[in-house]
Design a protein. Structure first.
Length: 485
């Protein structure tokens, strides 16, 4: 099959967006200590500066995918990239932590427009037999961002100040928007214009999902028995059933529920969420370990965690090729199994006297597993739905991945902090305190909690491996989604 060079140009557009998204998250983690001091932020504000972006992105990402099916994926993608660039510029001038949290929410909304449509745009232009390799390049670029982000963030913060962790996005964002306009333009894409917008679906979705994420983040940071957690839980348990009921009856729903009767789609979505939970848990807990147990600073911790991203970087393009050449089942299932093996290794060897090369080895195994899984699984999800629903499929995939990352934080903090004071752990994470200062009991409890969390994540990966393997046993057949009328 002859290669269309414009496909490569479009892939470069989505890859640049993926790179900026990965850098945005990883550089900010390193900048937190300086940011706290400069803006006189409280611990809770510092946590929300980091989490608000992810919360906003998670809430909006599904809606962004569906609206892109209405107004055009390319238009929403370019608008999101432009908005992300403008907000990044303004965020560097934030006078206090509260304003920065608001701007991070807006940045998350813009990021959702990019994230929800990136995979769908690639799926639109690449044939089925080449999609895995294309998505593998996107994953590889994300890994590059995760590798250089901590180093870049440390350098910018140390030499120029925290504001530059936002301002460095601006020139790259301008280039990305100009390049996207040149390569893709703003043409229609055959968008459906005659369509009733699912207003109540949007409202109930926002109430339910925002309630869940608010409860999870507040509980993990403050207390699980506080009023905000109860309010968030009520919003979730009231909003989500109402949303599902509305979606099942609306002629043009925000979420096309029949997609979930498609088993390859459903299994791909569930395993993607499980993989995100495990991947985020490893990053989250090892940053705690390097700073809290070993006494490294934030920049050193970021550098020491590089093997996680390096494994993804090495194997992602290969996994895409394997999926295109031999089918998605073996690499996707094998990737989850490899991630499980890496988590078991970390659970067995992680201690304050463990040589770094052993930690790096098992981190690399986890990274290799994630890289082996992501591209074939994404390809399986996008190939299992009709082209007119790819925007929604991409949005659902992004939603579950982000939700998995949020759930990961909510699951791992109670596991790790069960044996040590919550405030000590949060202080270490925010960078306001480095090391446990010889507190032997706290250190032992922390390491025990770390082992428990690794074992729980390994158990989730075992379940994901078994579930993914069902795709190879004749139980999983693509079921075309019924047309909307």
């Amino acid at each position: 099959m002859a290669m269309d060079p414009r496909r490569g140009w479009i892939l470069s557009v989505t890859s640049l967006g993926a790179l900026l998204s990965a850098l945005n998250f990883s550089t900010l983690i390193i900048a937190l200590p300086e940011l706290i001091r400069s803006l006189h932020a409280s611990l809770l504000q510092a946590m929300w500066i980091m989490l608000s972006y992810m919360v906003a992105q998670t809430v909006v990402v599904l809606m962004a995918g569906s609206l892109a099916d209405l107004f055009g994926r390319r238009r929403i993608y370019i608008f999101g990239m432009a908005a992300f660039t403008v907000v990044s510029l303004v965020a560097g001038f934030a006078p206090d932590a509260s304003w920065l949290i608001v701007l991070r929410v807006l940045q998350g909304v813009a990021g959702a427009m990019v994230m929800a449509n990136s995979t769908a745009i690639v799926a639109d232009v690449y044939p089925r037999e080449q999609m895995g390799r294309a998505l593998g390049i996107n994953v590889m670029v994300v890994a590059v961002g995760q590798i250089i982000g901590p180093v870049l963030g440390g350098w910018l913060t140390t030499d120029y100040g925290w504001a530059w962790t936002f301002w460095f996005n601006v020139p790259f964002g301008v280039i990305a928007v100009v390049w996207a306009l040149y390569v893709m333009g703003m043409r229609s894409e055959g968008v459906r214009q005659e369509r009733q917008i699912d207003v109540w679906g949007i409202v109930t979705y926002l109430i339910g999902v925002t309630g869940l994420l608010f409860a999870l983040t507040w509980g993990a940071i403050q207390s699980w028995t506080s009023v905000p957690v109860y309010v968030g839980a009520i919003c979730f348990f009231a909003g989500i059933p109402a949303w599902i009921r509305i979606e099942s009856k609306h002629p043009h729903p925000l979420l096309h529920l029949p997609l979930f009767s498609n088993k390859p789609f459903s299994i791909g979505i569930v395993t993607a969420s499980l993989s995100a939970i495990a991947r985020m848990a490893v990053i989250f807990m090892l940053i705690f370990f390097f700073q809290g147990a070993l006494g490294d600073n934030a920049l050193q911790a970021g550098i020491l965690s590089i093997p996680l991203a390096a494994g993804m970087f090495v194997v992602s393009p290969v996994s895409g090729w394997l999926g295109d050449r031999f089918g998605v089942i073996a690499p996707a299932t094998g990737g989850l199994f490899l991630t499980m093996v890496g988590l078991i290794g970390l659970a067995l060897v992680t201690n304050i006297v463990t040589p770094y090369w052993m930690l790096a080895l098992w981190m690399t195994v986890v990274g290799l597993g994630s890289g082996l899984f992501n591209s074939p699984n994404s390809s399986s999800i996008m190939n299992s739905v009709p082209s007119q629903y790819r925007g929604e499929a991409s949005g659902i995939r992004a939603l579950t991945t982000n939700s998995g990352m949020m759930l990961s934080i909510a699951l791992t903090i109670p596991l790790v902090t069960s044996s040590i004071p919550r405030q000590a752990m949060l202080a270490i994470f925010s960078g306001t305190e480095v090391g446990l200062h010889g507190a032997a009991n706290s250190l032992t409890g922390f390491v025990d909690g770390l082992h428990l969390a690794f074992w729980v994540m390994a158990g989730l990966m075992l379940f994901g491996t078994l579930l993914s393997g069902l795709r190879n046993r004749g139980l999983v057949k693509a079921v075309p989604a019924p047309s909307r009328t």
